[in-house]
Design a protein around this ligand. Structure first.
Ligand code: PEP
Ligand code: MN
Length: 265
């Protein structure tokens, strides 16, 4: 995997190119779990941009455990992400679940997210490998590091070299106090095994907003290249993942705290 040379993933956005990699400042992706309406996504985009984020995240297609839970607004949510991109110049990160939606997702996304539940979906990995948009590949919730790297390899082998690895917490034996176990030890391990940029998602990693800032700080101390953080203007009313979402104010404070540890962009 590791080719001996430091590598980077360079992502063009309306506001300019953003570099992901060990010799670059820490890139921050922030935004709600789900795109809910135009006002909330545009407001969140403006707030996270002002705080220092370079990308807005937001789900249009949501992989929910229950089929009766909110599933995302689909294509209409993609239009709202396009509006937020237009309003702020932020790059857009959004999840692709079904290969049939690839053309629509690729039209608005600057980075295509493959979620934890689809890390083992090899046909989907081959399809995002056969197109040009960079791919953010989350670690499956029970995936070993070798399985995760092989999933990345599916994308690389299909012709797309621009893959970012995102740790989002794994399942261990105690889910009572935190939703998952955020495995920060992957940072030095991946650094030794692969040239691919490393991102940490402390929001899904802990499931609780109050645990997000300390784990974001720890991820920077351990050498992460990037962070993904869920931010919602009114977490108590969020349609998904409210308990783990920071308010824009708390996100702004966190970015300031993070900047003490490492250069954040
Ligand atoms: C998400 O980013 O909102 C998400 C569903 O993440 P994961 O695939 O890590 O659960
Ligand atoms: Mn979420």
């Amino acid at each position: 995997f590791r080719n001996g040379e430091a590598s980077e993933v360079v992502v063009p956005t309306p506001n300019g190119r953003v570099f992901f990699g060990e010799h670059h400042p820490i890139a921050v992706i922030a935004g709600p779990c789900s795109v809910e309406n135009e006002a909330m996504i545009v407001e969140t985009a403006k707030r996270v941009k002002a705080a220092g984020a370079k990308f807005l995240r937001g789900g249009a297609y949501k992989p929910r455990t229950s089929p009766y839970a909110f599933q995302g607004y689909g294509e209409s949510a993609l239009d709202l992400l396009a509006a937020a991109r237009e309003a702020t110049g932020l790059g857009i990160v959004t999840e692709l679940m079904d290969a049939a939606d690839l053309p629509a997702v690729a039209r608005v996304a600057d980075i295509i997210q493959i979620g934890a539940r689809n890390m083992h979906n090899f046909s989907l990995l081959k399809k995002v490998g056969a197109q040009d948009k960079p791919v953010l590949l989350k670690r499956g919730m029970s995936a070993t590091i070798d399985e995760w790297l092989m999933a990345a390899e599916y994308i690389l082998a299909s012709g797309n070299p621009n893959v970012i690895l995102c740790e989002r917490g794994i399942r261990t034996f105690d889910g009572k106090y935190a939703r998952n176990t955020l495995d920060l030890s992957v940072i030095p391990v991946l650094r030794s095994l692969t040239h691919l940029p490393i991102m940490i998602d402390p929001s899904h990693g802990t499931g609780r907003s109050e645990y997000v800032p300390p784990m974001a700080m720890a991820a920077i101390a351990a050498g992460t290249d990037a962070l993904m953080i869920e931010v919602h203007p009114n977490p108590a009313k969020a349609l998904s993942d409210g308990p783990q979402s920071l308010t824009p104010e708390k996100f702004d404070r966190l970015v300031q705290e993070m900047s003490v540890l490492g250069k954040v962009v």
